[in-house]
Ligand binder design. Sequence first.
Ligand SMILES: *[C@@H]1O[C@H](CO)[C@@H](O)[C@H](O)[C@H]1NC(C)=O
Ligand SMILES: *[C@@H]1O[C@H](CO)[C@@H](O)[C@H](O)[C@H]1NC(C)=O
Ligand SMILES: *[C@@H]1O[C@H](CO)[C@@H](O)[C@H](O)[C@H]1NC(C)=O
Ligand SMILES: *[C@@H]1O[C@H](CO)[C@@H](O)[C@H](O)[C@H]1NC(C)=O
Length: 236
Amino acid sequence: MSPFGGWGTLAAFLALLCCRGSGEEQFEVPMEPNHLLVGSGEFQVINFTASCTDPKKLVLETALHKTFLEGQAQWKLFKVISISKNMELMCSFICGGKEEMKVFNITVFYPPKQVLLTLSHTSVAVGTLFTIECRVPAVAPLEGLTVTLLRGTEILYNQTFVGTARFPQDVMVTHHTTADREDSLHNFSCEAWMDLRSRGGGLVHRVSDPQRLEVKARSGAGGGQVITQCRPLGTG
Ligand SMILES: *[C@@H]1O[C@H](CO)[C@@H](O)[C@H](O)[C@H]1NC(C)=O
Ligand SMILES: *[C@@H]1O[C@H](CO)[C@@H](O)[C@H](O)[C@H]1NC(C)=O
Ligand SMILES: *[C@@H]1O[C@H](CO)[C@@H](O)[C@H](O)[C@H]1NC(C)=O
Ligand SMILES: *[C@@H]1O[C@H](CO)[C@@H](O)[C@H](O)[C@H]1NC(C)=O
């Protein structure tokens, strides 16, 4: 609760105000929490709307840098910048002589900014084990993140993550496979999707640079085997 400076005092004051001599019923202050997902370091425009048509003292309480954009009697639009950690933004106003508040719960997320694909080899013989590795640095929350390894448009491997940790973490997906001739006909790539739509956010999509694998025929007996496996390719 520390980030809100004087808010604790105000909350205490509100508690006093609401409960003094009026019984439990009065505690029905309309406080519908609104959840917002904001990319780390980004800004957010927030529309604070009072529950009555002629509120007094519509005030946004925050230690963050805020700019008032526009407003009318019932609402005010603020831009809050450089949001770097999860927090609650609170707005207070007076309706019919009663102080009320609205809370916006802000969750900072770290979308995938880079998707780094590494193949263990640049050139291998048919049948050789090789490793495809994809790293997505500094992402959070992991929940909602899917990393997909592709050969051309074919999905080789798909991993959906879980975890609600707020701090950014590196994510690594590793897939071992054996080289076949078709591998040299396509690019390998890695895609990261961060789908925060179920939590009120958006869908972020990033793709790695493509990587090629050169696949050489095995010398000797192995080579013969490979030739027997050759078949017309779909597009041919
Ligand atoms: C805001 O989110 C935190 C963490 O998820 C939660 O503990 C808190 O109750 C939420 N506050 C509101 C007003 O929804
Ligand atoms: C802010 O919200 C109020 C109430 O929903 C709405 O009437 C008003 O148009 C909104 N203002 C902006 C700029 O979106
Ligand atoms: C990969 O994951 C995405 C997102 O969860 C899903 O839509 C897709 O069907 C998955 N594909 C495969 C081949 O598992
Ligand atoms: C593979 O990627 C390279 C570099 O982006 C591109 O020039 C090439 O056309 C791609 N090949 C295929 C088969 O998609």
